[in-house]
Design a binder for this molecule. Structure first.
Ligand SMILES: NC(=O)c1ccc[n+]([C@@H]2O[C@H](COP(=O)([O-])OP(=O)(O)OC[C@H]3O[C@@H](n4cnc5c(N)ncnc54)[C@H](OP(=O)(O)O)[C@@H]3O)[C@@H](O)[C@H]2O)c1
Length: 319
């Protein structure tokens, strides 16, 4: 069997390593010849995964010129902006975890269970949405089947791994190299730089991306907070509908295949390592208004699992 040629840019990072773990769990890894790209600093070293040794390459080496079928980018916006098109022009489907292309008109922003059909044979760069957006839209996409949504208010409690390996190391070693306010014992009420309107970058991403994916003009307000837990993003969500809704009908939407309703609270420590999105503490404020919590593993459902679902869709439908 001829193997697909897969490159992972950022293979040693939190998302990169989770991509490898999921490929292994899903018995897909043997279908690929994998090339790993990292920063110049670590080029020439070796990474051991699944008993195999993988050489690590800089993007400045001529390995970049090889022909790849698929390339995952998980090395930040600047690296994607600089290199994604080079791989795409050379024939690869590029699945980008960064924010670099999410707002571009011609680039599909994909959560496969919602809008996989946005990827066509002519698509070359596919944007993976922001981690907090993915778990939110999975739930909203189900809810809008019951009634039209009028207003959404979401507040997040986001894990430190969402800011990458260096931030996670700040949490473990009680330092503040990456998160300057110091994440230990704190809750930091913004994520990313501020825009002119006072919202921060993470809030802008959630508000813009939700509307792009659902293809609806929604009244949506996001507030994002970084909290000192290692994994999983918790979100408190309020939704107002245009017509009455029934709580039992809502619960039955979340049957566990993609989103699971839980009558008990779910802890981040229980959610970590799972690909499921959880909904719990569902409450009704009026006939048209509900509130609930959503929880998902940011590195899995919010990044690597979603990216691999995109890869599987392309493999099964387009190549
Ligand atoms: N963490 C999350 O929950 C999450 C969720 C959704 C999306 N994302 C996005 O996914 C991307 C990666 O996030 P992460 O959390 O995995 O970050 P991370 O843990 O900091 O890993 C970054 C990776 O990028 C590599 N890298 C850095 N500079 C590079 C360069 N110039 N050329 C090639 N590789 C380079 C690093 O290699 P070295 O080991 O050599 O430094 C490392 O493998 C980011 O764009 C992030 O916004 C993250």
């Amino acid at each position: 069997m001829e193997r697909y040629k897969l490159a992972i840019v950022g293979a040693t990072g939190l998302v990169g390593k989770t991509l490898l773990e999921i490929l292994k769990e899903e018995n897909l890894i043997d279908q690929f010849d994998i090339t790993m790209f990292v920063s110049d600093e670590n080029s020439g070293k070796v990474m051991v995964f699944g008993g195999r040794e993988f050489p690590l390459f800089s993007l400045k080496t001529k390995v970049v010129k090889r022909k790849f079928d698929f390339v995952f980018f998980s090395a930040g916006d600047d690296v994607s902006k600089m290199w994604a098109e080079t791989f795409a022009k050379n024939g690869a489907y590029v699945i980008d975890n960064s924010n670099a292309f999410r707002r571009e008109k011609g680039v599909p922003l994909v959560v496969p269970e919602i809008n996989a059909e946005k990827i066509t044979k002519n698509t070359k760069i596919i944007a993976n949405p922001n981690c907090s957006t993915i778990e939110l839209v999975l739930v909203l996409d189900k809810l809008r089947k019951l009634a039209k949504m009028k207003k959404i208010v979401v507040s997040t409690y986001q894990a430190v791994s969402g800011a990458g390996a260096k931030a996670l190391s700040d949490l473990a070693s009680r330092t503040s190299f990456e998160i300057k306010e110091g994440i230990n014992d704190n809750a930091i009420a913004y994520i990313g730089e501020y825009s002119n309107d006072g919202f921060c970058k993470e809030e802008d991403k959630i508000m813009f991306e939700t509307q792009k994916i659902l293809e609806e003009n929604l009244s949506i307000c996001a507030s994002t907070v970084r909290i000192p837990i290692p994994f999983c993003h918790l979100e408190s969500v309020y939704v107002e509908f245009e017509s009455d809704v029934d709580l039992n009908e809502i619960k039955s939407l979340f049957d566990g295949k993609i989103v699971k309703f839980s009558s008990e609270i779910v802890l981040p420590t229980e959610c970590h390592g799972k690909n499921t999105t959880y909904v719990f503490r569902l409450r009704k404020l009026s006939e048209k208004e509900i509130a609930f919590f959503v929880l998902a593993d940011n590195l899995r459902r919010g990044a690597s699992f979603n990216a691999i679902e995109i890869l599987k869709y392309i493999m099964n439908s387009l190549v």
